[in-house]
Design a protein around this ligand. Structure first.
Ligand code: FES
Length: 126
C-alpha cells in the first residue's frame, strides 16, 4: 500500500526553503508540524492522490478535479506518480516536479509531495 509523506507549500514559503529539497520533510518532522502542514497517509495504488488526501482528513486546494485547472498542483519531491489524462502541465513544469493530484496515482510505494503548490512561480498556468 503506497505511503504519501506530505508537506504544505505554505510551510516551505514561510521558512524560505527550496521546494524540491527532500530534507524539508526531516525539518518538518523536527519542528513537530502536523495536520495540514506535515504528515503521512497510506493510500490505495488505484486511488487519486487528492481523494486519498481528503480521506485522510486533509483539504488540499482543488477546483475541477479533471486535470484542467492545476489548482491541485503538488510538487513531487520523491517517488513516481502517473497522471490519467494528458495534463495541462508543460514538459518543463513536469520536469520541475509538478503533478496534478486530482488525476494522479502513485507509481511507487513511497511518495514525498508538497501540497498546495499552485502559487509557485515556476507554475505558469494560474
Ligand atoms: S483540481 Fe483542477 S487540475 Fe486538479
Amino acid at each position: 500500500m503506497p505511503t504519501v509523506e506530505y508537506l504544505s507549500y505554505e510551510v516551505i514559503k514561510k521558512n524560505g526553503w527550496e521546494v524540491r529539497d527532500p530534507e524539508n520533510f526531516e525539518k518538518a518532522k523536527e519542528l513537530e508540524l502536523n495536520g495540514e502542514s506535515y504528515g503521512s497517509f497510506e493510500m490505495d495504488e488505484n486511488e487519486y492522490v487528492l481523494d486519498a488526501a481528503e480521506d485522510a482528513g486533509l483539504t488540499p486546494f482543488h477546483e475541477c478535479r479533471m486535470g484542467t485547472c492545476a489548482t491541485c498542483a503538488a510538487v513531487l519531491v520523491e517517488g513516481e506518480m502517473d497522471m490519467d489524462v494528458p495534463p495541462i502541465l508543460s514538459p518543463d513544469e513536469e520536469d520541475a516536479g509538478f503533478r496534478l493530484t486530482c488525476i494522479g496515482t502513485p507509481e511507487s510505494d513511497e511518495l514525498k509531495l508538497v501540497f498546495g503548490a499552485k502559487d509557485h512561480d515556476d507554475l505558469d498556468i494560474i
